[in-house]
Design a protein around this ligand. Structure first.
Ligand code: PMP
Ligand code: GLU
Length: 397
């Protein structure tokens, strides 16, 4: 019997973090590992953002901040939501947190009672199901496959709804599939939500700017349900600021106040220096953001072509984010030197040890037939990595 709480015993370890850790351990032994497991931009934080942080230190931004963030940052976020997304929020509807991860967890903790159902389209981002578990909610998964570009339909959504449904949680652009819901597709989901006024919606829009198709569509732009939407965004992906730990939610005031109360007991406001840096990011325009997006698009096209050349790997063309989520189940039940590989997790470990490429099992994202490949790496590394994967897969018989 473990002395640790059931809460922690029932929680799964984050597979993205685990695979990145295993990759680093191999690299520390001098092995040339290509890390395609961790989803973080491989670009540096823009210079003006870095300068703002240095200035903040000199200007003694070193005290506790308001729990929900500096008012000037919350105002800049509200202005950004108006300017870029045409969404009306007042600054007191914004709660700044220690990354979008904390914003997501805040939303789940503030809305879900034990036994409440949370509807989650699969594949979903790895931490959603575990946050729901921590809140003692029940995840109700809706399966979407590579055949439907990993998107769900309104009919699927409606079929998943029960009297216990409390929350719907999704990301678009999606981690891990790169799928992007269009305004029309969101409208068809909204029609369903209009008929179920007790369901709230967490809309994770952290990959908003890594979108290769249309202008970003937010489900918060539908007035009929906006009050029930908890919009999540942050600075990690758009401004290459993963380590700075700044994310936020925009929600109705009751939810925003609830998150302020929760955060006030758990973390308080996120780092003062990082908040000043985030403010500079939103004052700096979108030029570097678009350069990074264009670079990701180039890499996507390269990796897409190469993955398509691997036999029995089924892949869609992702429209956003920086991941591929290929279906690799044709390789299950094959063996390497007599050792069978039966699951996506075993396949990922095989690829790590044999090809020295780290990827993440699809099981962690709710689809055990796939693996996730992040293409947030240099072009030459990506070409080498996919070539190694191809060679390693060909050795399975
Ligand atoms: N949502 C999704 C879909 C993500 O991929 C990430 C990145 N890990 C996050 C949220 C959390 O981002 P942050 O670094 O802002 O906590
Ligand atoms: N967004 C990244 C990923 O999905 C970061 C890892 C994490 O925060 O779990 O790989």
């Amino acid at each position: 019997m473990s002395y640790l709480s059931n809460r922690i015993n029932n929680l799964s370890e984050s597979q993205t973090i685990k695979m990145a850790k295993l990759g680093r351990e191999l690299a520390a032994k001098g092995i040339d590992v290509i890390n395609l497991s961790f989803g973080e931009p491989d670009f540096n934080t823009p210079n003006d953002v870095k300068e703002a942080a240095k200035k903040a230190i000199d200007e003694n931004y070193s005290y506790y901040t308001p729990v929900s963030g500096y008012p000037e940052l919350r105002k800049a976020i509200a202005e950004k939501l108006k300017r870029e997304n045409n969404l009306d929020y007042t600054f007191d509807q914004i709660v700044v947190s220690t990354g979008a991860k904390q914003s997501l967890a805040n939303g789940v903790m503030c809305l879900v009672n034990p036994g409440d159902e949370v509807i989650v389209p699969t594949p979903y981002w790895v931490s959603y199901s575990e946050m729901i578990k921590l809140a003692e909610g029940e995840s109700v998964f809706i399966d979407a496959t590579v055949e439907t570009e990993f998107k769900i339909t309104a009919a699927q959504l409606e079929a998943a709804i029960t009297p216990k449904s409390k929350l719907f949680m999704f990301s678009s652009p999606c981690n891990p599939t790169g799928s992007v819901y269009t305004h029309e597709e969101l409208a068809s989901l909204v029609e369903v939500f209009e008929r179920y006024p007790n369901i709230y919606i967490i809309s994770d829009e952290i990959y908003e700017h890594i979108n290769f198709v249309d202008k970003h569509a937010s489900i918060a732009s539908f007035d009929s349900i906006k009050d029930r939407v908890i919009l999540i965004n942050g600075f990690s992906k758009a401004y290459s600021m993963t380590g700075w730990r700044v994310g936020y939610m925009a929600a109705n005031k009751e939810i925003a106040n609830a998150c302020d109360k929760l955060q006030g007991q758990i973390t308080s406001g996120t780092s003062s220096i990082s908040q000043r840096a985030a403010l500079a990011a939103y004052q700096s325009g979108l030029e570097t953001v678009h350069q990074m997006r264009d670079e990701f698009r180039k890499r996507r096209d390269i990796v897409y072509k190469l993955l398509n050349e691997i036999p029995d790997v089924k892949v869609n063309l992702p429209e956003g984010a920086f991941y591929f989520f290929p279906e690799v189940k044709a390789y299950f039940n094959k063996s390497f030197n007599g050792t069978p590989i039966t699951t996506a997790e075993e396949l990922c470990l095989y690829l790590l040890n044999e090809a020295n490429v780290s990827t993440v099992t699809g099981e962690a994202f709710g689809n055990a037939d796939c693996i996730r490949i992040s293409y947030a790496a240099a072009e030459n590394e990506l070409i080498e990595a996919v070539s190694r994967i191809k060679t390693a897969l060909a050795k399975l018989v």
